[in-house]
Write a protein that binds this ligand. Structure first.
Ligand code: CO
Length: 198
């Protein structure tokens, strides 16, 4: 497992809802936390590690990344937003890029937590920004789509560079062709959505 970078196909399509977190997914979740800490991020969406599921991990204890602050959520959705605020934002799928982005100041989220309980969360500040960023990922949206006009102009080159780097890696065989990636993603999606057969 590794964090995929833009424009990996897993980042560009909405994820599928999950019924529960089974043993396989728990192992994936543990690996996601490790990768997130390595990259010094506060949140990571499953499709950022090429798992097309509506699941994310978060640890908002930015100083210590304490184990107790680890949170995993499935099927999250924003049910209310208030206010508006601009702040710097980065993305583990665009390493090194930091951009000022306007988002809602406060959000209310509904999600199923790691214990299988439906929870409602009020978030503000960093938490609010992280939630909006990660839920965008799960909806198949990268933060470029939230850039304002100025940021879009100022960072066009940076975004192009990610695209060029990805295509070059595919050309050189370090990343599989997109059709092959799409096929693998379809299999993973089907695993979660197919009803069990007799
Ligand atoms: Co991101």
């Amino acid at each position: 497992m590794r964090i995929v970078e833009y424009p990996h196909p897993a980042l560009l399509r909405p994820t599928v809802e999950l019924k529960q977190i089974d043993a396989d997914l728990r192992r994936d979740v543990a690996e996601m936390f490790d990768l997130m800490y390595e990259a010094r991020g506060v949140g990571l969406a499953a499709n950022q590690v090429a798992l097309p599921y509506r699941l994310l991990v978060m640890n908002l204890d930015v100083d210590g990344f304490a184990k107790e602050a680890e949170e995993v959520f499935i099927n999250p959705k924003i049910v209310a937003r208030a206010g508006s605020i601009e702040d710097e934002e980065g993305c583990l799928s665009f390493p090194g890029l930091s951009v000022k982005i306007r988002r809602a100041r406060d959000v209310t989220i509904e999600a199923v937590n790691g214990k299988g309980e439906l929870v409602q969360i009020q978030a503000t500040g960093l938490a609010s920004r992280a939630w909006q960023h990660e839920i965008d990922h799960l909806d198949g949206k990268v933060f470029v789509e939230r850039f304002g006009q100025l940021a879009r102009l100022a960072h066009r080159r940076d975004v192009d560079r990610f695209e060029q780097r990805f295509r070059r890696a595919q050309k050189e065989g370090r990343i599989p062709p997109s059709a092959e990636i799409e096929q693998a993603l379809d299999l993973l999606r089907a695993r979660m959505t197919d009803s069990p057969s007799a």
